[in-house]
Design a protein around this ligand. Structure first.
Ligand SMILES: Nc1ncnc2c1ncn2[C@@H]1O[C@H](COP(=O)(O)OP(=O)(O)OP(=O)(O)O)[C@@H](O)[C@H]1O
Length: 244
């Protein structure tokens, strides 16, 4: 579904991605984990066409997509839920969800998909006519995912969906992600929360300093010294921090 090779991204003189290789198979949940500044958001923004790459290749469904506009990529089945959710606070929940369907014109299909989202996140149905800005952080995360689903994605890119949320809400959000996978969706999720990511994903990539430091099945990575070294950078472990 997604094949990334030797991806390099610079912001002026800063190299944010230095030759990243990642694959995601259809139906997988794959996590990219790493500390602040590792390049995780840059990776998702580059796949989604928001940030331009300097070198490398990204294939989505076997087609090269680097350089395509974000709207084109969205229309071809790729949806990004960015960090911070980017919902429109002054618009209602209904209007925010409808924005996800902007490229579509099949009214019946849109109504059916909206109903599906409201079934998945009942709290959004309760607050359907309310201002999205009044929702809690968890509800806004659900809204951002729901809006992305209205574009009928094949591949969902999620940037830190658990950030700032209470554990119970995080569980609800991930339960929804599992349910979506059961329906055939493929998910690439970026997380700083290591345990959450490894519990959720089939496979995980550890990113550090703009490069992939380690990759493996989630169950095999958890708790190993190699994983710890990859996450923190060999020899640079800060005793005040834990990957949990
Ligand atoms: N718009 C930008 N202009 C210049 N440098 C940037 C920009 N965005 C990110 N960077 C730099 O690129 C590197 C990777 O940042 P990125 O946000 O992708 O990391 P991250 O792993 O997502 O971290 P975080 O979890 O803190 O968002 C960092 O050194 C960051 O300071």
């Amino acid at each position: 579904m997604l094949a990334i090779e030797k991806l390099q991204v610079n912001y002026g003189s800063i190299t944010a991605l230095r030759g990243v290789d990642i694959t995601v198979a259809k139906g997988e949940i794959v996590a990219v984990i790493g500390p602040n500044g590792a390049g995780k958001s840059t990776l998702l923004l580059t796949i989604a066409g928001v940030v331009k790459a300097k070198a490398g290749s990204v294939k989505f469904d076997s087609r090269p997509i680097l350089g395509l506009a974000p709207e084109k990529l969205a229309a071809s089945g790729l949806a990004l839920v960015p960090e911070g959710r980017h919902i429109f606070g002054s618009l209602s929940v209904a209007e925010n969800i409808a924005l996800g369907a902007t490229p579509r014109s099949d009214r019946d299909g849109i109504a059916a998909d909206t109903d599906k989202v409201l079934g998945m996140f009942p709290v959004l149905r309760d607050r359907y006519r309310q201002r999205a800005g009044n929702l809690s952080g968890g509800e806004q995360q659900m809204l951002a995912i729901g809006r992305a689903l209205l574009s009928r994605p094949k591949l969902l890119l999620l940037d830190e969906p658990s950030l700032g949320l209470a554990p119970l809400i995080v569980k609800q959000v991930y339960d929804a992600i599992y349910a979506l996978r059961e329906q055939g969706l493929t998910v690439l999720v970026v997380e700083q929360s290591v345990n959450r990511a490894l519990n959720a994903a089939d496979r995980a990539y550890v990113m550090s300093g703009g490069a992939i430091a380690m990759v493996g099945r989630s169950s095999e990575l958890q708790g190993t010294a190699e994983f710890d070294a990859a996450y923190f950078g060999a020899g640079q472990r800060d005793p005040g921090r834990s990957p949990a």
